[in-house]
Design a protein around this ligand. Structure first.
Ligand code: UD1
Ligand code: CA
Length: 456
C-alpha cells in the first residue's frame, strides 16, 4: 500500500507567547516537528509533506531538506491547512497519515496501528483517539449508541454533556485519498473559532455513508499536544525519561535520572557512568567506561574510552582515550586532545591540539595552540594569542616543559624538549632542547633587616 504523510505545522502557536514558530521549539534538543517527521518516516510514509505558514521560511530551513513543504499563507484552520498539500498528491493513490506538528511523543508503532486499522476496516477516515483523565483543550470524540464514532467536537463548541467525554481526538488521522481534498474544499467554518476544522470531516463522511473509524489505541502521554510552555516542559520530561531509559538499558549507569539531561541524538558506550547534574547535548558521542560529571556540560563532543570529565564544560571538541578533564575546566570549540592527556582545574582552552600524554594540570589558558606529546604545562601558563586585532598561534614541541606562570607571546615556537623558566615572558622562539628564560635576575640583599645590608 502507498502511504504518505502530512504534518500540520503552519500555526503560530499563540499560546507559546513566542517569536519562534511553535513546531521549532525543541524537545530533547530537536524541533518538535522533527520528532513527528521521524515517526511518520519510520511508519513507512514515502511522501512527507509539511504544511508551513507562520515564519514558514524559518520552518522550511530547519525541516525542509527531508520533506516537501507547502505554504499555508493564512492560518484558517486544520482542514484548510491540509488542503494546501493537495498539489503534492497529484496522481497519488493510497492513504495519507495526517499528524499535527505539535505532538512530538507520537510513536511509529501507534501510527502503524492506525494505518493498519484504517486498511482493515476499509475506512475513508480513521482517527486516533485516547482516553484522557483531563481532556480540557482537546476535541472530544462523540460516539453513537452502538459505539461508532459520529463526530468530533472542539472544546469551544462542546455542550456541557460533550465536555464530560474523556475520549479525545489526538489530531492524528489516516485518510483514503479518494475524495479527500474535494471534501475538505466543501467544509464550512461555522464554529466558535471561525476556522475550517479538519475534525468536521468525520461527521461529514458519516452522513454521506462513508466508513469512519475511531482507533483508541494511543497511550495518553504519547499524544500530548504542546500548546504552551507548561506542556512543553511536561513533554520534555517524558521524552527525557524515555531517552534515559534507552541509555540505561543499553548498559550505561545514570546515577540520578531525575537530574540528568541527555538529548536524543547522544550516543554513550557501555559501562560509562553519568553522575548527577550533567547535561549532554547535540551530536555527542561518548565511549565505554567513561565517567562523566557531576555538574558537567558536553555539547557536540566526541570522547574516547575511559575518559573522565568532572565539573567541566566542553564544546565541539574531541578527547582521546584515558584522558581526564576537570574539575572546573572549560574546553571551547575545536580542541583535540590526544590519549592519556590530563587537563586539570581552572584550565581554559580554545582551538588547541594536545598530543598524547601531555599534562596541563592547573590554572592555564591555551588558545590557537599546538601542543606536542608528553608536554608539561605549569600552573599559570598563558598563551598571549591576541594582540587586539589578530589571533596568533603558539607551537609547543614534544617533551617540552613550560615552567609555571609563563607568558607565551604568540606567534611563538617552543622547540622539542625545550624548557621555559618559570615566570618567563617568552616573545622569541626557543629552539629544541634549549632553556628559554626571560625574567630579571634575583637579587639577595644580605642583612637587610639590620639596616647594614648592601644596596644597589
Ligand atoms: C486540534 C484538533 C483537536 C485535537 C488537538 C490534538 C482541530 C480543529 N482540532 O486542536 O480536536 O484534540 O488538535 O492536539 O483540528 N495548524 C495549521 N494551520 C492552521 C491551524 C493549525 O497548520 O490553520 C497546525 C498547527 O501548527 C498545529 C496543528 O495544526 O501543529 C494543530 O493546531 P492547533 O491550533 O494546535 O489545534 P488544537 O486546538 O490543539
Ligand atoms: Ca495543538
Amino acid at each position: 500500500m502507498d502511504l504518505a504523510a502530512v504534518v500540520l505545522a503552519a500555526g503560530k502557536g499563540t499560546r507559546m507567547k513566542s517569536e519562534r514558530p511553535k513546531v521549532l521549539h525543541k524537545v530533547c534538543g530537536k524541533p518538535m516537528a522533527a520528532h513527528v517527521i521521524d515517526a511518520v518516516e519510520e511508519a513507512g510514509a514515502q511522501i512527507m509533506v509539511v504544511v508551513v505558514g507562520y515564519k514558514g521560511e524559518e520552518v522550511k530551513k530547519e525541516l525542509g531538506n527531508r520533506v516537501v513543504t507547502v505554504m499555508q499563507k493564512e492560518q484558517l484552520g486544520t482542514a484548510h491547512a491540509l488542503m494546501q498539500a493537495r498539489p503534492a498528491f497529484e496522481g497519488f493513490k493510497g492513504r495519507i497519515l495526517v499528524v499535527c506538528g505539535d505532538t512530538p511523543l507520537i510513536k511509529c508503532s501507534t501510527l502503524q496501528t492506525l494505518v493498519n486499522e484504517s486498511v482493515r476496516t476499509g475506512s475513508a477516515a480513521a482517527v486516533l483517539t485516547s482516553m484522557m483523565e483531563e481532556p480540557a483543550g482537546y476535541g472530544r470524540v462523540i460516539r453513537d449508541f452502538s459505539g461508532n464514532v459520529s463526530k468530533i467536537v472542539e472544546q469551544k463548541d462542546a455542550t456541557p454533556e460533550e465536555l464530560e467525554v474523556k475520549e479525545v481526538n489526538t489530531g492524528i488521522y489516516c485518510f483514503a485519498i479518494d475524495g479527500l481534498f474535494d471534501t475538505l474544499a466543501g467544509l464550512k467554518a461555522d464554529n466558535a473559532q471561525g476556522e475550517y476544522y479538519l475534525t468536521d470531516i468525520i461527521d461529514f463522511y458519516r452522513k454521506k455513508g462513508l466508513k469512519v473509524t475511531a482507533v483508541s489505541d494511543a497511550r495518553p502521554w504519547e499524544i500530548l499536544g504542546v500548546n504552551d510552555r507548561k506542556q512543553l516542559a511536561a513533554v520534555e520530561k517524558i521524552m527525557r525519561q524515555e531517552v534515559l531509559n534507552d541509555i540505561m538499558l543499553s548498559g550505561v549507569t545514570v546515577v540520578d535520572p531525575e537530574n540528568t539531561y541527555i538529548e536524543s541524538k547522544v550516543e554513550i558506550g557501555k559501562d560509562t557512568i553519568i553522575y548527577p547534574f550533567t547535561i549532554i547535548e547535540g551530536k555527542t558521542v561518548i565511549g565505554e567506561n567513561c565517567s562523566i560529571g557531576p555538574s558537567t556540560r558536553l555539547v557536540d563532543v566526541e570522547l574516547g574510552h575511559c575518559v573522565k570529565v568532572e565539573q567541566s564544560t566542553v564544546y565541539s571538541s574531541i578527547v582521546g582515550d584515558n584522558s581526564s578533564v576537570g574539575p572546573f575546566a572549560y574546553i571551547r570549540p575545536d580542541c583535540v586532545l590526544g590519549k592519556g592527556v590530563k587537563v586539570g582545574d581552572f584550565v581554559e582552552m580554545k582551538k588547541v591540539s594536545v598530543g598524547d600524554g601531555s599534562k596541563i594540570p592547573h590554572l592555564t589558558y591555551l588558545g590557537d595552540s599546538e601542543v606536542g606529546k608528553d608536554v608539561n604545562v605549569g600552573a599559570g601558563t598563558i598563551t598571549c594569542n591576541y594582540d587586539g586585532k589578530n589571533k596568533h598561534p603558539t607551537h609547543i614541541g614534544d617533551g617540552a616543559f613550560i615552567g609555571s606562570n609563563a607568558n607565551l607571546v604568540a606567534p611563538v615556537r617552543v622547540g622539542e624538549k625545550a624548557v621555559i623558566g618559570a615566570g618567563s615572558t617568552i616573545t622569541k622562539d626557543v629552539p629544541p632542547a634549549a632553556l628559554g628564560v626571560a625574567r630579571s635576575k634575583q637579587k639577595v640583599y644580605d642583612k637587610w633587616k639590620s639596616g647594614n645590608g648592601n644596596k644597589d
